[in-house]
Design a protein around this ligand. Structure first.
Ligand code: NDP
Ligand SMILES: O=C(O)C1=N[C@H](C(=O)O)C[C@H](O)C1
Length: 247
């Protein structure tokens, strides 16, 4: 069976790549490639929509799709726990429809987060450095925020206290931002795509877990796997771990 796919954000960096990937897959048909302000009528025939737009635009697209029982694969960032609650509320009115939200669709980034979560319990210190292209709308990245949440939860479960830091004064911002109590540093640099390091340290040793997306094609296997999985998955799925068989 061919799945009909609509792409929101189709002329953007990610959306354009998703359109190419869908058009290159024999089991998928691109029925709508929409950008801001476009007429959405063509998307009404879709089985699954994919959203790579902007944190300020995605909720409206989601509500529009769910109102038509169209499942949505969401790559757009900005999904706080409160926002996920809102998605669950919307899904409550459409129990047969699925939404999959993932901060990162690249297999390597999923593994990097998984390894960081596993390592978190064993180290006194941890900090996250995320590095992206300068066109990125948000900071910190969704991946860094998700990693911080998972690392913080693993530390709490292991009974660890806050990472040591004797800083009492200095230039504001020099120690980065705090996400779930974890220091996160955001770099924006021409030439980069999407990169992250999780640095862990204890007396006498450090461990660095680094992932690099060097090209946006790195996200496509995960996006297509999510598109194919969604029709059999009503409700909210967060992350692609279950789609990849990691959980
Ligand atoms: N989950 C993941 O694996 C990844 C997630 N991302 C996330 O995806 C999002 C998009 O990133 P990126 O492609 O780099 O951004 P871009 O700015 O390149 O693309 C976003 C596109 O969405 C369009 N757009 C804005 N509003 C709407 C709307 N209401 N309906 C349809 N289209 C709209 C924009 O149009 P216009 O320019 O005219 O406003 C633009 O073409 C970000 O949140 C980013 O963090 C990125 C990479 C991987
Ligand atoms: O905007 C990007 O480019 C990316 N956004 C996602 C994020 O914020 O984590 C995923 C990846 O880092 C690329």
């Amino acid at each position: 069976m061919t799945l009909k796919v609509a792409v929101f954000g189709a002329r953007g960096r990610m959306g354009a790549e998703v359109c190419r990937a869908v058009e290159g897959a024999s089991d998928l048909e691109l029925v709508a490639a929409l950008d801001a302000g476009d007429d959405r009528t063509a998307a009404e025939t879709a089985d699954v929509a994919v959203d790579f737009t902007h944190p300020d635009a995605v909720m409206d697209n989601l509500a529009w799709c769910l109102g038509r029982d169209i499942g949505v694969v969401v790559g757009t960032t900005g999904f706080t726990p409160e926002r996920l609650d809102r998605v669950n509320e919307l899904l409550g009115h459409h129990p047969g429809t699925g939404v999959l939200v993932a901060a990162n669709f690249s297999v390597g980034a999923v593994l990097m987060m998984h390894f960081a979560e596993q390592a978190a319990a064993f180290y006194e210190s941890v900090e996250i450095i995320e590095l992206h292209h300068p066109g990125k709308a948000d900071a910190p990245s969704g991946t860094a925020a998700a990693t911080a949440a998972r690392v913080a939860a693993a530390r709490t479960a292991a009974g660890l206290e806050a990472p040591p830091d004797a800083t009492s004064s200095g230039l504001e911002g020099a120690r980065g931002a705090r996400a779930d109590g974890i220091a996160v540093h955001s770099v924006r640099l021409r030439g980069l795509v999407a990169h992250q390091e999780v640095l862990l340290g204890s007396e006498g040793e450090t461990l660095t877990i680094r992932h690099d997306s060097l090209d946006r094609v790195s996200f496509m296997p995960g996006v297509l796997a999510a598109v194919r999985a969604l029709p059999g998955r009503p409700g909210l799925t967060v992350g692609i771990e279950s789609v990849l068989g990691l959980t």
